[in-house]
Write a protein that binds this ligand. Structure first.
Ligand code: C5P
Length: 218
């Protein structure tokens, strides 16, 4: 039985004008580590990757779809969801995007004041969409918080109908290592000591496949 894992990774970019955008500091390292570990465990991988310096090489078991914005990421996920047994949302999706994208570069002289108002609109929640269409799929998300990490993560686990959430402190972003807490749907938790993202990826893939096997035999 080959397990197919759909993984989102990296940041998204939400353009303001042709040269400026809103984004975040996600490096895409966690996503790449998940892809590599899944391939090591003989899974098939579909990686939907936001723009970062990290490269995910394609091969016969790994399809890579490069996207820029959250809307593009959602559309790539929707197109590939059917073939996935497990979905892992490791992407740091921009929560908001500008209501409109200026056709030309915004010029200071056209603003006419020292302040500028940027109207933003909420982006679609990709993992929530997957949670709402999960059937027997296993859905795994991430939570990164600067306070109340565990309680916020537990709320997200419920709201997004996840099977597991990886709760991380904000020091994880762009770092080589992390020490997350894995929180499961049944309320149980597993703390991981500070280790490389490759080791964290191994834990996440092992746990995800374990859940998938129990869901499949149910
Ligand atoms: O709500 P928050 O952004 O903290 O949730 C983080 C989790 O939700 C991550 O797994 C992230 O990939 C996913 N997410 C998403 N689409 C969004 C926002 C977050 O898939 N628009």
């Amino acid at each position: 039985m080959t397990v197919t894992i759909l993984i989102t990774s990296g940041p998204t970019r939400e353009y303001i004008d042709p040269v400026r955008f809103i984004s975040n500091a996600s490096s895409g390292k966690m996503g790449k580590a998940l892809v590599q570990e899944a391939l090591k465990q003989n899974c098939k991988v579909i990686a939907v990757k936001g723009p970062s310096d990290i490269d995910i090489p394609e091969n016969k078991n790994c399809k890579v779809i490069n996207v820029i914005s959250a809307k593009e990421m959602l559309s790539a996920v929707k197109q590939n969801l059917k073939s996935a047994d497990i979905f892992i949302g490791a992407a740091a999706v921009s929560d908001y995007r500008p209501v409109s994208v200026a056709k030309n570069k915004i010029k200071k002289k056209d603003i006419g004041s020292d302040t500028i108002n940027l109207k933003l609109i909420k982006n679609p929640d990709i993992i929530k969409y997957v949670g709402n269409h999960k059937n027997k799929k296993v859905v795994v998300g991430f939570a990164l918080e600067t306070k109340n990490l565990l309680s916020y993560a537990k709320t997200k686990l419920k709201e997004k109908q996840l099977d597991m959430i990886v709760a991380n402190g904000a020091n994880t972003i762009s770092s080589e290592k992390s020490s997350p807490v894995l929180i499961f749907k049944d309320g149980s938790v597993k703390k991981i000591k500070l280790v490389s993202k490759e080791k964290v990826a191994k834990e996440i893939i092992n746990e995800s496949i374990g859940i998938y096997k129990t869901v499949k035999t149910r």
